[in-house]
Design a protein around this ligand. Structure first.
Ligand SMILES: C[S@@+](CC[C@H](N)C(=O)[O-])C[C@H]1O[C@@H](n2cnc3c(N)ncnc32)[C@H](O)[C@@H]1O
Length: 490
């Protein structure tokens, strides 16, 4: 019973932008996290369908249920487990079952579909987000890949060696696992494998992190002993990855303005054996680049708040009514512009650190406003920097002309939707030439990956309500200018 009220409470908080689904689910301390997460995600996915059924049956008027509780209960009754978690909600809902079932049947007839999934709006991903492979990053601060492989084999898993192609990642049977074809220290299991209660996870030997989210630290690749900033760091998956790449040597300044997320991060970093960090509960935009403390910072990872539109389970359905759809689209457009303005400010701020050589910018968004457009605007404002051509063998690129950047998606890379760009300071007077980071098709780290050598807790957060500070006209002008500039530097 607590399942339903917990799920509804989480949906309320998501709507109030009080956190991301996964964070809220974990924070709920509910005994069966996986079950709760699945119910919240599925209810979100069917939200518009559920709303229509609730409206046509006048369920709220008759039951006085809160809308999100009604959605959760109707979802579980019609599409889920049939309210097997029961209690008084089941008694209440059973009185309305036949009307709800009839409304669903009418909806299917009207839309000429036979299967529930076909009722979903076109922009909602069919299937389950959990169908992506389960990626497990080995935390080299605590163990080695070989030791993890041996441990898993002793538990009855069968190791398949290195993947040769993306298709190998989706063909894994229940107990099979494989080494990833692109990233080192990354093992891939079947979608159904759950490690949240596994010893290796609880002891910080492995980190459950989507493959795309491993890209920023891997590509930045700061050497041991370097000074690095993780600008928007909580809950710290990328911070612990950076620390592992630095072998815990050097200084890792990690900022986050959210005290609660930072405290979660502190616990996770302790568990992961990270010791080179200096955490600060601070707005990154207020960190002074001229401070003596940061004079040796050469690497910055910036993974700011974003819409989270790349996260499979968060893709929302559109409204069925044209006027509601238009309203929702306008709201979404202004939210994206606000986020984009905030992201540009953060990126430009990162580029102000006097000795910074490389800045990696990433989002788990699929929107160009938060990705290529941010990159274009920052390149224009910061001519001392250019884009580095990343990982040529990666199958999905940034949208033209920003093909130096990477994109990721559940179709092409079997990951959540993601974007990564890397900025590099140009030598004074140098020609703008693309430099390449070339990890081998197997798992060798980037060539020249360090400047010295010459080079579900979940990371998603609630989007910032940042003020939009530039007009659409100015943005368009900037975009056009930047396109021209990009053409000349390619
Ligand atoms: C996408 S999450 C970062 C995920 C993290 N990089 C990871 O891999 O675990 C964005 C984070 O930025 C933080 N944030 C947003 N605006 C910020 C600001 N102005 N200064 C510092 N942190 C900020 C949010 O609190 C949130 O924790």
């Amino acid at each position: 019973m607590a399942l339903y009220s917990n799920a509804a409470g989480i949906l309320d908080k998501v709507e109030q932008k009080r956190g991301a689904v996964k964070t809220l689910v974990y924070d709920s301390k509910f005994e069966n996290i996986k079950q709760l997460f699945a119910l919240v995600c599925e209810t979100q996915k069917y939200s518009t369908v559920l709303q229509e059924i609730i409206d046509t049956t006048k369920l709220i008027k008759e039951t006085k249920l809160r809308i999100n509780l009604a959605k959760v209960l109707v979802y579980d009754l019609l599409f889920g487990q049939g309210l097997k978690c029961g209690g008084h909600w089941k008694t209440l809902m059973m009185k309305h079952r036949s009307r709800l079932q009839a409304a669903l049947a009418r909806m299917k007839v009207k839309k000429k579909v036979s299967c529930n999934e076909d009722l979903l709006p076109a922009n909602v991903k069919k299937g389950d987000g959990d169908q992506l492979p389960r990626y497990v990053r080995v935390n080299t601060l605590k163990t080695t890949v070989d030791d993890v492989i041996d441990y898993m084999k002793r538990e009855g898993f069968s190791y398949q060696g290195h993947a040769n192609g993306i298709q190998d990642l989706c063909r894994l049977s229940d107990k099979a696992f494989i080494s990833d074809l692109h990233l080192p220290n990354l093992l891939v299991f079947s979608a159904k494998t759950d490690f949240h209660d596994h010893f290796l996870y609880k002891a910080g030997h492995v980190i459950l992190q989507d493959k795309a989210s491993c890209l920023p630290a891997f590509l930045l690749n700061p050497p041991a002993g370097s000074h690095v900033i993780d600008a928007c760091a909580a809950p710290g998956n990328k911070t612990s990855h950076l620390a592992a790449l630095m072998s815990n040597k050097g200084k890792l300044f990690a900022f986050d303005h959210d005290a609660k997320r930072l405290s979660t991060m502190s616990t996770l970093l302790l568990r992961a054996g990270v010791t080179c960090q200096q955490l600060a509960n601070q707005d990154f935009l207020k960190v002074d680049p001229q401070s003596a403390e940061y004079k040796d910072v050469k690497y910055i990872l910036l993974d700011p708040s974003c819409s989270g539109s790349g996260m499979v389970c968060l893709r929302d359905g559109g409204s069925e009514l044209p006027e509601e759809q238009a309203q929702a689209e306008a709201k979404e457009a202004s939210r994206l512009q606000a986020l984009s303005a905030f992201q540009q400010r953060c990126l430009t701020h990162a580029l102000q650190f006097p000795r910074v050589q490389r800045v990696v910018y990433s989002t788990c968004s699929i929107h160009t406003e938060e990705n290529e457009q941010v990159v274009a605007a920052c390149l224009q404002q910061n001519p001392a920097f250019r884009l580095v051509k990343l990982f040529p063998q990666w199958p999905e690129r940034g949208l033209s002309p920003h093909t130096q950047c990477l994109r990721a998606s559940n179709t092409k890379t079997l990951t959540h939707g993601f974007f990564v760009a890397m900025f590099e300071r140009q030598a004074p007077g140098s020609q703008a030439m693309n430099q390449q980071i070339l990890p081998s098709p197997t798992v060798v780290p980037p060539v020249g990956g360090s400047l010295e050598a010459e080079e579900d807790v979940e990371e998603l957060c609630s989007p910032e309500e940042e003020q939009q500070n530039s007009s659409a006209k100015k943005r368009k002008r900037n975009r056009n200018r930047n396109r021209k500039k990009q053409k000349t530097t390619q």
